[in-house]
Ligand binder design. Structure first.
Ligand SMILES: NC(=O)c1ccc[n+]([C@@H]2O[C@H](COP(=O)([O-])OP(=O)(O)OC[C@H]3O[C@@H](n4cnc5c(N)ncnc54)[C@H](O)[C@@H]3O)[C@@H](O)[C@H]2O)c1
Length: 268
């Protein structure tokens, strides 16, 4: 006879109870990072958000609607002074987790013709969307290394092993991001800092609007994904981010967790 073990989880305890999590990339309530912040707060975390420049006001409006008071700190990942001063400006003794939800660059680096963008534009897209993960992780390392139970950094990617229409150099940036995740995981594992990436299906967010011709591909996604796919439902991606931040994934680093309705498995 099969033995059924009933797990004895403590009642009313959140996955991130007592954790302090830094969440980048909240622009509006449609941002993936906003959904991650909502869920992190529901799971008991204290959330600190970042934004920069003129977007600060927009972000402030979004985070004001969350269920907890949120400290908002300025961080442009291309600004060395912002990166150098961030540990001090956060005013915390340690960080348990970081969500890197940042992508951007010149519009010339999007679209199917890779020849249009200049080298400096390409490098800027790679800096904002890929190498900033390393820059941010190293800037925050003094705080991450102090996390009592180890720390977790989670990045976001999109179909990094395929050439997706309209994605242009951003696809190259996402491929690079995956490689950076693995390299950071190897370097920082001994300090109990985990680095993973959620490879998410397409979602209707501010950044997604910049991808030329993405609409047709997205319709295909909803049609072909075995589980279906709702471009307005950010919750499954947020849940994966929270799981990776939590100690449910305490032995996982350098990994990509695919949350795409199963489309990656379909032969077409
Ligand atoms: N929307 C999708 O379909 C989708 C799918 C998979 C992965 N992703 C990834 O999810 C992440 C979040 O994007 P999103 O879709 O929620 O869009 P979003 O526009 O809400 O988020 C992108 C964020 O990047 C920030 N950013 C841009 N340049 C920056 C800089 N120099 N310094 C600091 N922040 C900067 C913006 O302020 C914005 O908050 C990105 O990495 C994106 O590539 C998006």
């Amino acid at each position: 006879m099969a033995v059924h073990h009933s797990a004895n989880y403590p009642q009313g305890v959140g996955l991130l109870d007592g954790a302090t999590i830094l969440i980048t990339g909240i622009l509006t309530k449609r941002s993936i990072a906003f959904a991650a912040a909502e869920r992190a707060i529901a799971e008991g975390a204290t959330v600190i958000a970042t934004s920069f420049g003129r977007a600060m006001e927009v972000t402030q409006r979004a985070v004001s609607s969350l269920d907890a008071p949120i400290q908002l700190v300025e961080l442009d990942v291309t600004n060395d002074d912002h990166l150098a001063s961030i540990p001090e400006r956060l005013g915390v003794a340690h960080l348990d987790g970081v969500v890197h939800a940042i992508a951007g660059g010149s519009p010339s680096t999007l679209g199917d013709d890779l020849s249009i963008a200049s080298v400096s534009e390409v490098l800027q897209t790679l800096q904002i969307s890929a190498t900033s993960l390393a820059a941010l992780t190293f800037a925050l390392k003094p705080l991450l290394a102090q996390a009592p139970g180890g720390a977790s950094v989670v990045a976001l990617s999109f179909a990094p092993d395929r050439v997706w229409p309209g994605y242009g150099w951003m696809g190259v940036a996402k491929g690079t991001l995956g490689s950076i995740v693995r390299s950071l995981a190897v370097q920082l594992g001994p300090e109990n800092i985990r680095i993973n990436v959620v490879d998410a299906g397409p979602l209707r967010t501010p950044a997604a609007r910049a991808i030329p011709g993405a609409g047709a591909g997205v319709a295909q996604w909803s049609h072909h994904a075995p589980l279906g796919w709702d471009v307005d439902d950010r919750a499954p991606v947020a849940a994966a981010i929270i799981a990776l931040l939590s100690d449910l994934f305490s032995a996982t680093t350098g990994a990509s967790i695919v949350v795409d309705g199963g489309l990656h498995a379909v032969g077409r």
